[in-house]
Design a protein around this ligand. Structure first.
Ligand code: ADP
Ligand code: ASP
Ligand code: MG
Length: 396
């Protein structure tokens, strides 16, 4: 008997029809003789609507109360899913994050799973139930409800698969797998049969929201067999797995991060060590500056996630640094392996951007990625352009 974790995202449970379709997938898996744990996200745009509701009340809602609010989305789905599974004739029980033993750190709205006490889930599985767990939530040491950051239900699924030593973790979504680019943006994008943990982690951390980046890091650490597939069609998905060492240099995919902010700072001296201590301070606050450089006037520039804006401003203010903040860019990243083995790759990327008449700002090239900053309104065009180069150097 195998144990399989199946996660259904927001669009896969958005209405009665989709919910029953997802429930049927779980029931089919169960009736083949497997134990099944289902993880659900909030239906459709529920989480966005809840955030809007909170904003109607006030500009800076307390993080604790935001998590109480946001966790209700998944709680609706889990009950409806358990009802649908029961309606299809299978025993099912739903559990919230805390009932399922999911213990997290105390960082509201961006908590990390620390530990899962699987006792209750195992008991329910032993009784013959399909266990439906609310994604995206847990409790901290003080028993406050926490949430795991947007897209965090993927991490719930992988963490459960790891803790339960599941044979497989299946992430069902609204596309048929992981593609060379977002298939909703690039029609010619190609579905991948498999992708390495490292490449998927890079794609996810650079903006590809098909998987929550932490879920990929967790899967890599726990060697969880992770599969992304459609909740709508029956076609084969994409497996995320360990790298095969023999892989030749190649490009695997391209993605866009539309949430970066670019900072230009005057008065930080690279030579005197000021830059070094500044980066140290950012790192301590969990901020990783990217596309870091210096222009001829001595200004330092870098990009960082929009969510870190307040923190960065606090650090800059404390140092009395003059900054310019630009919230107009998107970072486009092509991901692959041994990229420096292609001597003209950078030139190829700039050529396709030039052909598409897309101006670009900073860029960065290393072994596993090429990133470039373009105006946000040209992000999709730039993804299309770089995707041509990805297909040229993609291993079939
Ligand atoms: P869910 O609600 O199931 O968690 P998400 O919207 O979080 O679904 O993630 C699925 C979406 O990820 C797809 O609809 C697709 O637009 C987007 N996506 C971005 N990059 C990729 C990629 N490289 N391959 C597949 N999907 C991608
Ligand atoms: N409902 C949460 C979100 O919209 C978590 C998830 O979907 O994974 O971000
Ligand atoms: Mg998601």
């Amino acid at each position: 008997m195998s144990l399989i974790v199946q996660k259904f995202g927001g669009s896969s449970v958005r209405d009665k029809e989709r919910l029953y379709r997802a429930a049927q997938r779980a029931v089919d898996t169960y009736q083949k003789g497997n134990q099944v744990v289902v993880v659900v996200s909030a239906q459709g745009n529920t989480t966005d609507s809840l955030i809007k509701k909170a904003q109607e009340i006030g500009d800076t809602p307390p993080g604790r109360e935001m998590d109480v609010l946001l966790s209700t989305g998944e709680q609706i789905s889990m009950a409806l899913m358990a009802m649908a599974i029961s309606g299809l004739g299978c025993p099912a029980i739903s559990l919230t994050g805390w009932q399922a033993g999911i213990k997290t750190c105390e960082t509201h709205q961006n908590a990390r799973i620390r530990h899962i006490d699987t006792t209750r889930i195992r008991e329910e599985l032993a009784k013959g139930n399909i266990v439906v767990v609310a994604g995206f939530q847990g409790i901290d040491e003080q028993e406050n409800i926490t949430t795991l950051g947007r897209g965090g239900s993927d991490s719930t699924a992988v963490a459960l698969a790891e803790a339960l030593l599941a044979d497989r973790c299946q992430i069902f979504t609204d596309v048929e797998g992981i593609y060379t680019a977002d298939p909703q943006v690039v029609e010619e994008a190609v579905k991948l049969t498999s992708i390495s943990y490292d490449e998927m982690l890079k794609l996810a951390s650079m903006g590809a929201k098909v998987l929550h980046d932490r879920s990929v890091a967790m899967a890599r650490r726990g060697n969880v067999v992770l599969e992304v597939l459609s909740s709508i069609t029956e076609s084969e998905g994409t497996v995320v797995q360990e790298n095969s060492n023999s892989a030749a240099p190649h490009l695997q995919g391209v993605t866009a991060d539309r949430t970066v902010v670019r900072y230009c700072i005057k008065g930080l001296n690279r030579e005197s060590g000021g830059l070094y201590t500044f980066i140290e301070e950012l790192a301590q606050a969990g901020i990783r500056p990217d596309l870091l450089g210096q222009n001829e006037e001595g200004e330092i520039f870098f990009t960082a996630a929009h969510s870190k804006r307040e923190e960065i401003n606090r650090i800059l203010k404390k140092r009395r640094l003059h900054i310019k903040e630009e919230d107009i860019w998107a970072k486009i990243t092509a991901v692959g392996q041994q990229l420096t083995a292609f001597p003209k790759l950078k030139k190829e990327f700039f050529e396709v951007l030039h052909e598409a008449e897309i101006p670009w700002e900073d860029s960065w090239m290393e072994e596993d990625r090429f990133s470039v900053l373009v105006l946000r309104e040209r992000a999709n065009d730039a993804v299309h352009a770089l995707h041509q180069v990805v297909l040229r150097h993609h291993l079939k």
